[in-house]
Design a protein around this ligand. Structure first.
Ligand code: NAP
Length: 533
């Protein structure tokens, strides 16, 4: 390992939307910063997730940076929900516009970061055989950036092509006339399946848990709507930040329980939102995420729509989810359920006919052999903690993050973790992150960190460290809020339930406005819960 003489105020790990904005803010404030990025380009999630049909589930006018008035005025989105290529183009535009690339080192992965107590700095090592020194370490590593490959016997024996949706190749994948198998039916699969079906000669989908999906109703951007938003973008953003998920559509449309609204008005409201498309569906009433009886009404409504759409009643029943709607992140689709009416598309319920193994020709289930040219793994991510724990991070007394988080992530505000001084996480576990519009959460975290660094500089503090008690209380608080909702009732990746052996802890903080308020209170109370030295 080459000991570098390079010394920084801050090392930022990652150059997705979080890393890019963090770098920009640090430079604005006059800090010497570098970003290490494992990809050969910016964009994070939107760099890696290039599977056919990849599209954002938050509307374009909301899913964009707000920090630059000129940027948000000048950038034109072409659709209601942006596709991956357009979002990646936007990320590249931001990198160029703010001249970020000169401080991003691409194709460079951070492999370890060790805190030197005597020198009060981080020693950061990369896979380029270099170590650099930095006062601050800022993890902008994303929540869904470590892919999950299922533990199925014989995966390596399959002789066809395999792809994971989260690591889709950059060059086009030709599926024309091919027999394609898809494992998984989460958001990625639900978006990809209609596209894969368009090309493939045969498509077989292996489903473990059916998912709720609402039509996205994507369309071209409406110039009148765009003009109206741009006429007062600040107010538009401010209103969105007041919504529970920092997404306009998640604001309850009426402050009433589904149980307090009589038929036919109740169904009409759900139908109106189904026709409108998107997350607004869950805002139909004020308690769909809180009250099982209300939730059942919305869930049954969606099951009814699936039965309407899917011709074969048996297939429709297999596709109809029976868990709590919204307990796993709700999916938005374009023609997902319709795809199962195509004669060359088949659904296999692996609860009834389990996958035994992959073999040279394809997938062997208990009852059948399915031969494929291509198998697509749409099997998700080791979410929120996966990437952080793949880096050997060591804090005070050489304690590793892996050891500290062996029973689940422990953070204070989802921004810091006790005994890892001067380390910050952007959208870390314990913050709203994945339950929100990620860009809004990212901007809030970056601004909080930037203000903290400024405060430390102004007050000549060298170290910030979360207090262990404050952290314990925070973890309990995050779980207590989650327990007031229906979120913990299913096997979601929010709980780590998708990864065998991962501790089951509800990781994100439910609610954005209440979280922002807590972060502001902490600052106003002179960084309550932190030791500043
Ligand atoms: P996911 O939601 O975790 O879905 C993974 C799928 O693979 C699930 O159906 C899962 O079944 C299945 N699976 C996992 N291991 C399996 C195994 N061993 N055998 C059989 N099936 C297995 O992952 P994702 O679809 O990539 O989505 C992850 C998150 O990314 C989303 O929740 C969302 O936050 C984000 N995302 C967003 C968008 C968007 O903006 N539109 C698009 C894609 C993804 P179980 O459910 O039974 O575990």
């Amino acid at each position: 390992m080459v000991e570098s003489s390079r010394t920084f105020d801050a090392v930022v790990v990652g150059a997705g939307f979080a890393g890019m904005y963090m770098l920009h803010r640090l430079r604005e404030l006059g800090f010497q910063a570098v970003s290490f990025e494992r990809a050969d380009g910016v964009g994070g999630t939107w760099y890696w997730n290039r599977y056919p049909g990849a599209r954002c589930d938050v509307e374009s006018l909301e899913y964009s940076y707000s920090f630059s008035a000129e940027l948000q005025q000048q950038w034109e989105w072409s659709e209601r929900y942006s596709g991956q290529p357009e979002i990646l183009k936007y990320a590249n535009h931001v990198a160029d516009r703010f001249d970020l690339r000169k401080d991003i080192e691409f194709e460079t992965s951070v492999v370890s970061a060790k805190f030197n107590e005597a020198a009060k700095h981080w020693v950061v090592s990369t896979d380029r055989d270099e170590t650099v020194i930095s006062r601050f370490l800022i993890m902008a590593t994303g929540c869904l950036s470590s892919t999950n490959m299922p533990q199925i016997d014989g995966i390596d024996t399959f002789e066809g092509e395999t792809y994971h949706t989260g690591e889709w190749p950059h060059e086009p994948v030709d599926l024309n006339g091919k027999r394609v198998g898809v494992i998984g039916t989460g958001s990625s699969a639900i978006q990809a399946i209609p596209y894969l079906a368009n090309e493939a000669a045969e498509l077989v989908v292996f489903q473990r848990t059916p998912n709720f999906s609402i039509p996205a109703r994507n369309r071209s951007a409406d110039p009148a709507e765009v003009d109206a938003v741009k006429a007062d973008y600040e107010t538009f953003r401010a209103v969105n930040r007041m919504a529970p998920a920092a997404i306009r559509g998640t604001m309850p449309g009426r402050d009433q329980s589904a149980l307090d609204v009589a038929e036919p008005e109740r169904t009409e409201e759900l139908l109106k939102r189904w026709e409108h498309g998107g997350f607004a569906f869950m805002g139909a009433f004020n308690d769909l995420g809180l009250n099982k009886a209300s939730n059942d009404i919305a869930a049954e409504f969606v099951r009814e729509r699936i039965r309407d759409i899917v011709d074969d009643p048996e297939v429709a029943e297999t596709l109809a989810p029976h868990n709590v709607i919204g307990c796993k992140r709700i999916c938005l689709d374009t023609n997902y359920f319709e795809t199962y009416n195509l004669p060359h598309v088949k659904l296999v319920d692996i609860n009834k006919d389990p996958i035994e193994r992959l073999n040279a020709n394809g997938v062997k289930t208990a009852a059948s052999q399915y031969d494929f040219d291509v198998v697509v793994f749409a099997t998700g991510f080791d979410a929120m903690t996966g990437t952080l724990l793949r880096i050997d991070i060591q804090g005070l007394n050489g304690q590793s993050l892996q050891d500290k988080w062996a029973e689940g992530p422990k953070t204070y505000l989802g921004l810091t973790t006790a005994n890892f001084p001067n380390l910050f996480m952007i959208s870390g576990p314990g913050s709203p992150s994945v339950l929100t519009n990620m860009i809004v959460s990212i901007e809030q975290h970056v601004d909080w960190i930037a203000a903290c660094l400024e405060h430390m500089r102004a007050n000549q503090h060298q170290l910030i460290n979360a207090d262990a008690n404050a952290e314990t209380e925070w973890v309990a608080y995050v779980n207590a809020i989650a327990d007031m909702t229906l979120y913990p009732t299913c096997n979601s990746w929010y709980l780590g339930a998708n990864i065998p052996g991962k501790p089951r802890v509800f990781m994100p903080h439910v609610g954005f406005p209440n979280y922002v308020q807590r972060c502001e209170e902490v600052v106003n109370n002179n960084y309550q819960g932190f030791e500043l030295a």
